[in-house]
Ligand binder design. Structure first.
Ligand code: 13P
Ligand code: SF4
Length: 356
């Protein structure tokens, strides 16, 4: 593989926060908070757009109130399909930014603006722009997990559910690709498509913790289980997968495959939806422990964990925590995202709701 390294590695720069702890809620307090949020959503003409990795209480509330629980591609699409004046994005910052880029007329709020992503942080716009300038003959394809500034420099934005067909399409047109920021997803796409790709050197701190040899041991204990892996995971984990895919594709696999048990290598927040769709199936978390393990995130994204009922209520009440993007950057970030959405529509990818 033709690999260029853009230094430095994210771990040198980014401190992974501890998982936040939220005040415990008994049933009565939780019911009161949920009622308050429902009232505020109606008063503010707001709708929830939640990712599968956030707390199950938030996912449930999004579904009950006419919002959505989805992967990054579907979250990007949902905003424009909704008539609500305000989108409240429960997830990480790049998801809120994508919603704002595509829906400038809407107000986009988040429970917290602190919820970032190690991939986004590992790809600063200035260094990335220099990387692009050094390789002008390449088409620039960036993962959705990037800032608005980085997207503004791209030809294409992709999410994990659509990266393969888009790169296949570009490869078939004879294009060479500059890929950022996730080196594991980039390497997976490169191996599957045979495209010539230069890879930025960054990784997801959550998926990078899954360990290949520990997974082998768990597979021996559960030979009947299918192995489901998000492609942000290291190669030795991806190599053991029965299904490699986006969050939506992994959820669909639990529902569709005949196996009674699944070993799941992605953020544990996804179990809420998997249980909901297939309550009779057994879900086993893929191991993050073992040789070389630091377990900083322990299969749960510390930034996704910053979303909770408490700060969602505050965001709605106060109307602060709003995503704002400089207009010139926003305008440049629209075409590469729109290209992805058009490609998805033309090729029937992800709709309607990936068969769920
Ligand atoms: P999906 O697009 O598969 O939902 O992934 C987003 C993400 O951040 C995975 O870590
Ligand atoms: Fe980013 Fe990884 Fe968290 Fe996804 S799980 S938002 S890629 S840090």
């Amino acid at each position: 593989m033709n690999t260029a390294t853009a230094e430095p590695l994210i771990r040198n720069r980014l401190e992974v926060p501890a998982h936040p702890t939220w005040p415990a809620l008994d049933d009565t307090a939780k019911a009161a908070l949920r009622t308050r949020i429902k009232r505020l959503l109606a008063e503010r003409d707001a709708v929830l757009v939640a990712h599968y990795y956030v707390d199950g209480d938030l996912q449930a509330l999004a579904e009950e109130t006419g919002g959505t629980v989805a992967d990054s591609l579907e979250m990007a699409r949902f905003g424009s399909q909704s008539n609500a004046k305000t989108l409240v994005v429960c997830g990480v910052r790049f998801m809120g930014e994508t919603a704002k880029i595509l829906n400038p007329e809407k107000r986009v709020l988040m429970p917290t603006l602190e919820a970032t992503c190690s991939l986004d942080e590992g790809c600063p716009a200035e260094a990335f722009s220099a990387f692009c300038d050094a390789h002008p003959e390449h088409s620039v394809v960036v993962y959705a997990n990037t800032s608005a500034e980085v997207k503004a420099r791209a030809d294409w934005v992709v999410t994990s559910s659509i990266a393969l067909p888009i790169v296949e399409h570009l490869h078939a047109r004879g294009e060479k690709i500059l890929w950022a920021p996730d080196k594991h997803l980039g390497r997976y796409v490169q191996r599957m498509t045979g495209a010539e790709m230069l890879l930025w050197d960054s990784a997801c701190v959550v998926h990078e913790e899954f360990k290949g040899f520990a997974l082998e041991r768990v597979r021996r204990l559960h030979p009947e289980a299918a192995v489901l892996v998000h492609p942000e995971s290291p190669q030795e984990v991806v190599d053991q997968a029965d299904v490699v895919g986006s969050t939506t594709q992994l959820i669909k696999a639990v529902h569709d495959l005949p196996n009674r048990a699944f070993i799941v290598a992605t953020d544990e927040g996804i179990f809420w939806k998997m249980h909901q769709l297939a309550p009779e199936k057994t879900l086993i978390a893929a191991p993050t422990a073992g040789e070389g393990a630091t377990c900083e995130s322990c299969a749960h994204c510390p930034w996704m964990a910053m979303n909770a009922l408490h700060n969602l209520a505050l965001a709605l009440e106060r109307g602060d925590r709003e995503i704002l993007i400089e207009e010139s950057i926003r305008q440049r970030a629209v075409p590469p995202i729109q290209r992805m959405l058009d490609f998805a529509r033309e090729h029937g990818i992800g709709q309607p709701r990936d068969g769920r």
